[in-house]
Design a protein around this ligand. Structure first.
Ligand code: FES
Length: 101
């Protein structure tokens, strides 16, 4: 059963920033994309790089290890369209970003 779980203060992640958040024993990459929060599995489908430690570039999440880029909305990889990182719905409640896991 899916549920929304608070993971970060809204004010802690400015537009263009991202980081790894830990929820219920799992890790997710959370990014603020122009005021919209996007959540992904933290593990890059290439060789497991931490996507939360990457960067946001023109709507793409760029892995810090080898530079694969993933669409912030769909999770699809530019370089390898067959490689998709799982995305998760988010919402904001009471000043907290919540991820549906
Ligand atoms: S581990 Fe992410 S691009 Fe290689």
């Amino acid at each position: 059963m899916s549920e929304f779980v608070p993971v970060a203060d809204v004010s802690s992640l400015a537009p263009g920033e991202g980081r790894t958040v830990h929820v219920k024993g799992r890790e997710f990459a959370l990014y603020n994309v122009d005021g919209n929060f996007c959540a992904f599995d933290d593990q890059c489908p290439h060789k497991g790089g931490p996507l939360g430690a990457g960067m946001l570039d023109q709507g793409k999440i760029v892995c810090p290890l080898h530079g694969w880029a993933f669409d912030a909305e769909t999770g699809q990889c530019d370089l390898r369209p067959d490689k998709v990182v799982k995305t998760y719905p988010t919402r904001v409640r009471d000043g907290q970003v919540e991820i549906c896991i």
